[in-house]
Design a protein. Structure first.
Length: 102
């Protein structure tokens, strides 16, 4: 979850719900809003929809080919502060989701 410290939610049983909205503003520039809610527990029976931790993110996107490729987001929520996040789709950098077969 974006506004919490890295690796904050670790346990054998995890529940994460994410809702996102992304819309083009003008040309390649877009707007994004993301809501994350989740919970971790040691036993499966303790995972449920009560007392979910939450995080909100909003920011700008740069679009290529009709899809957001670069995100610049500001995240808040919870009690652990805020984060600023920059994310670039690896396909723009010549990367691939699959390893090379050669």
């Amino acid at each position: 979850m974006a506004s919490f410290q890295d690796y904050r939610f670790r346990a054998p049983n995890v529940l994460l719900l994410r809702g996102s909205f992304e819309h083009s503003i003008y040309g390649p520039l877009g707007f994004s809003f993301i809501v994350d809610e989740g919970k971790v527990a040691l036993t499966r029976g303790d995972v449920g929809f009560s007392t979910l931790a939450h995080s909100f993110s909003t920011g700008l996107t740069l679009r290529a080919g009709g899809f957001p490729q670069v995100y610049l987001l500001f995240s808040w929520g919870g009690k652990e502060g805020t984060h600023t996040i920059a994310n670039v789709n690896t396909s723009l950098l010549g990367g691939s989701a699959r390893p090379s077969l050669y």
